[in-house]
Ligand binder design. Sequence first.
Ligand code: SAM
Length: 223
Amino acid sequence: MTEHVSRETPPLVEKLFPRAADRLAAYAELLATEGTVRGLIGPREVPRLWDRHLLNCAVLERLIPEESTVADIGTGAGLPGIVLALVRPDLQVSLVEPLLRRITFLQEAVEQLDLGNATVVRSRAEDLPRASYDVVTSRAVAPLGKLAGWCLPLCAEGGLMLAMKGSSAEEELDASEHELESLGAEVWHIHQLGVDELAQPTTVVSIVAGRAAGGSRHGRRGR
Ligand SMILES: C[S@@+](CC[C@H](N)C(=O)[O-])C[C@H]1O[C@@H](n2cnc3c(N)ncnc32)[C@H](O)[C@@H]1O
């Protein structure tokens, strides 16, 4: 049986992201059609695309300072990178992905959504230039310790690594403290980014890279 994404943009999306709602809906449609045909999104995910994927990624924008350069490592079909570029036109987002099949989809999506603030980069995280981004994001890419080894070196000094994690966040953080210290990270924190109408908050581990003198460059934009 073919599953469908709702053709109606949920009222919550109109309320939270009024200026991005139309293009978010176009992206949802693209994921539900080409994304499933090309095996980038499982058909069972389609009915819950909005809650479990698009809104879950969109709330991450609350932790990103204005006009940041962002690298989304292992973006896959563009999560959270494309969503961030849509809801935050002030950001410059690099969509980083090594696999050609996904790169082709990302290039088509960027073109169809007319995303002037997103660039598709075919690369593994380890091969990107160091100290190049204000913020490095990731979702469902690798365990935190390994991920920190890839992402923290990409952050400019005082930059921010944001790893979207589920219920394993606390455990992964405990297990990787030694690695984080050896990578020069000084401050880390677990955020629960909630939206009242959604059952599940988005759990994000934020880590400030390098010597974060007071961390004032990264003022939070509220829960
Ligand atoms: C499970 S998918 C998650 C995709 C997307 N972030 C999401 O949440 O739907 C993991 C992605 O990480 C990519 N990946 C794996 N190792 C990587 C590396 N070393 N550097 C960059 N991307 C990597 C894979 O190609 C894959 O697209």
